[in-house]
Design a protein around this ligand. Structure first.
Ligand code: FAD
Ligand code: AMP
Length: 470
C-alpha cells in the first residue's frame, strides 16, 4: 500500500497549492483528483481553472475587446468597418488557455514530485480509497489528509439544468452562438460576469434576483454605482424576483417568477442558473470518518484547519469563508506550513473581493454599512475617476475610489473601487491594510502620475477633506 506524509483530495486552487507547498517543505505528497476536462481527459486545476476564474475571464476579455471596438473606438477616432465576431473561436481560445493552465499544474506536480492519483477519493481509517474512473480501487495511507474538494453549483427545482436550454455557469461558458434573449437567475458575482459577457456580444439579458437589494454584500454606494452602470449597458436586473418554475420547449424557456406585482413570466432562448455554490463533500463518507459539517454543509474546522478527525484537515470552498480562489490558495499554503510545523494563518478580513464586470468592482475590509452596524466612528473619503487624468485619457471616467478610516486613529478600515482595473488596483489597498496603514500613510506615499492609483491617493486625502483635484 502506498504511504505518504500528505494526501490531498482535490486539485483546485486550494488542493494543488497545498500539495506544491507541502512538497516544497520536504514532505512526500500525493493529490487525488477526479476532474475530467472538456476533451474527455483527466485534468487538474478544479473549478477555477476548468470552469471558473480563468475561462470566465478569458471570455470577459474577448467580449470586452468586441464591445470596445463597437462602442468605444469611435471616441478615440478609430473607425472599424465590417466588425464581426466568431463565438466558436472565442470559446476555442478560452479552451486553449484552460488547457495550457491545467497542463501547467501537471508540470508543476512533476517538478515538485507530487503524485497525481486519478480518481475519486473516499475517507477510510488512516487514509483514503481512490477509485479511478477505469474501475478498481486503491487504498492509500497518509499521516495527514487534506480535504480540498471545493464546491459545485447550487441547483433549484424551479429551474432544472438540462445542459442545453437551462445551463449552469459551466454551460454558460460554452454557448456556440450568442443567445438572442438570455435569462439569468441570480445577480451574484457569477451571474453578473456571465451576463456581461453575453450582453457585450449582443444578447438581451434579464437577470432575476430574489433579494430586494442589489449586491447585498457590497458597500451601498458601490452597489448603486454598479447598478447604474449595468443599467446603462442594458443589463435588465429585476430585484425581488423569485423564480418559481420553468417550462422548456424546442424554441426556448418560459421562466415563471414572482415579484411585488404578483406572478410574472419571461421568454428566453437560454437560461443560466447562477444561484450560488455549495460545498462539495459528495462521496467522501464524512460521517464514517467522524467529520462534522455546519448548517450549510461546509466542513467544520478549527483555526488550524483541523476537522473532527485526527490528522484530517479541510481548506478552500469546502470550508467557511469567501468562496474565492485566492482565499482557497492561501488556505492551502497555510495548512501545508502548519503540517510542516511552521506558522500558517489566513486573515479572512483582508481577502479582496473582485467583480470582473466593466467597470470592475473591488473592495477589501469594512463597508459603511458594517461600520455603522458596529457603531464605529468612521470617516469616508471619495474621489471620482472623472477627475483622474489617466481614466479620462482612457475614456473611462465612470466610478470612484473610496477609503473608510477610523475617525479616532485614521487607520484604514475599508477600501472600495468601482472603475477601470479595480481588480489590479485593490492590491495596494490590501497591502496598506495588512500593514495597518492610516489614510495619512497612503496620502504620503508618492503615486505615479498619471495613473489610476492616484484616485486611491486622492480618496485617502479626501478622508481629511484634503483631496487636491476635486
Ligand atoms: P475547486 O476549485 O472546486 O476544486 C475542488 C476539486 O476537488 C475539483 O477539481 C473536484 O473535481 C475535486 N474533488 C471533489 N471531490 C473529490 C473526490 N471525492 N475525489 C477526488 N477529487 C474530488 N474565484 C475567484 O477568486 N476569482 C474569480 O474570478 C472567480 N471566478 C469564478 C467564475 C466562475 C464561473 C465560477 C464557477 C467560480 C469562480 N470563482 C472565482 C470561484 C473559484 O473558482 C473557487 O473559489 C475556487 O475554485 C475554489 O477552490 P477549491 O480548490 O476550494 O475548489
Ligand atoms: P451568489 O451566491 O453571490 O452566487 O448569488 C446567487 C444569487 O442568486 C443570490 O443573490 C440569491 O438571492 C439568488 N437566488 C437564489 N435563488 C433564487 C431564485 N429562485 N430566484 C431568483 N434569485 C435567486
Amino acid at each position: 500500500m502506498d504511504q505518504y506524509d500528505v494526501l490531498v483530495i482535490g486539485a483546485g486552487p486550494a488542493g494543488y497549492v497545498a500539495a506544491i507547498r507541502a512538497a516544497q517543505l520536504g514532505l512526500s505528497v500525493a493529490c487525488v483528483e477526479r476532474w475530467i476536462g472538456k476533451d474527455g481527459k483527466p485534468a487538474l486545476g478544479g473549478t477555477c481553472l476548468n470552469v471558473g476564474c480563468i475561462p470566465s475571464k478569458a471570455l470577459l476579455d474577448s467580449s470586452e475587446q468586441y464591445h470596445r471596438a463597437l462602442h468605444q473606438f469611435p471616441a478615440h477616432g478609430i473607425t472599424v468597418d465590417g466588425l464581426s465576431m466568431d463565438v466558436p473561436a472565442m470559446v476555442s481560445r478560452k479552451d486553449a488557455i484552460v488547457k495550457q493552465f491545467t497542463g501547467g499544474i501537471a508540470g508543476l506536480f512533476r517538478k515538485h514530485g507530487v503524485d497525481w492519483l486519478q480518481g475519486s477519493a473516499r475517507l477510510v481509517d488512516g487514509g483514503v480509497i481512490v477509485r479511478p474512473g477505469s474501475g478498481g480501487e486503491q487504498q492509500v495511507q497518509a499521516d495527514h489528509v487534506i480535504i480540498a474538494t471545493g464546491s459545485v453549483p447550487v441547483t433549484i427545482p424551479a429551474a432544472p439544468v438540462d445542459g442545453t436550454q437551462i445551463v449552469d455557469s459551466s454551460g454558460a461558458l460554452d454557448f456556440t452562438a450568442v443567445p438572442e434573449r438570455l435569462g439569468i437567475i441570480g445577480a451574484g458575482v457569477i451571474g453578473l460576469e456571465l451576463g456581461s459577457v453575453w450582453r457585450r456580444l449582443g444578447s438581451e439579458v434579464v437577470i432575476l434576483e430574489a433579494l430586494p437589494e442589489f449586491l447585498a454584500t457590497a458597500d451601498r454606494e458601490v452597489a448603486r454605482a454598479a447598478a447604474r452602470a449595468f443599467q446603462e449597458q442594458g443589463l435588465d436586473i429585476r430585484l425581488n424576483a423569485r423564480v418559481t418554475g420553468t417550462e422548456t420547449d424546442d424554441s426556448g424557456v418560459e421562466v415563471h417568477y414572482d415579484d411585488a406585482n404578483g406572478a410574472q413570466s419571461l421568454r428566453v432562448d437560454k437560461l443560466i442558473v447562477a444561484v450560488g455554490r455549495r460545498a462539495c463533500t459528495d462521496g467522501l463518507d464524512l460521517d464514517a470518518a467522524g467529520i462534522g459539517t455546519d448548517e450549510k454543509g461546509r466542513i467544520a474546522v478549527d483555526a488550524r484547519f483541523r476537522t473532527g478527525a485526527a490528522g484530517v484537515y479541510a481548506i478552500g470552498d469546502v470550508i467557511a469563508g469567501p468562496m474565492l480562489a485566492h482565499k482557497a490558495s492561501e488556505d492551502g499554503v497555510a495548512v501545508a506550513e502548519l503540517i510542516a510545523g511552521r506558522a500558517g494563518h489566513v486573515d479572512y478580513d483582508l481577502v479582496p473581493w473582485v467583480i470582473y464586470t466593466w467597470p470592475e468592482i473591488a473592495w477589501v475590509g469594512a463597508t459603511e454599512q458594517s461600520l455603522q452596524a458596529a457603531g464605529t466612528d468612521y470617516r469616508s473619503g471619495k474621489f471620482p475617476y472623472a477627475a483622474n487624468g489617466r481614466a479620462r485619457a482612457m475614456e473611462e471616467s465612470a466610478g470612484f475610489a473610496k477609503v473608510l478610516t477610523d475617525a479616532a486613529t485614521d487607520r484604514v478600515l475599508g477600501v472600495h473601487l468601482v472603475g477601470p482595473y479595480a481588480s489590479e488596483m485593490i492590491g495596494e489597498a490590501v497591502v496598506a491594510m495588512a500593514f495597518h496603514a492610516s489614510a495619512e500613510d497612503i496620502a504620503r506615499i508618492v503615486h505615479a502620475h498619471p495613473t489610476l492609483s492616484e484616485a486611491l491617493h486622492e480618496a485617502a486625502l479626501a478622508t481629511d477633506g484634503r483631496a487636491l483635484h476635486v
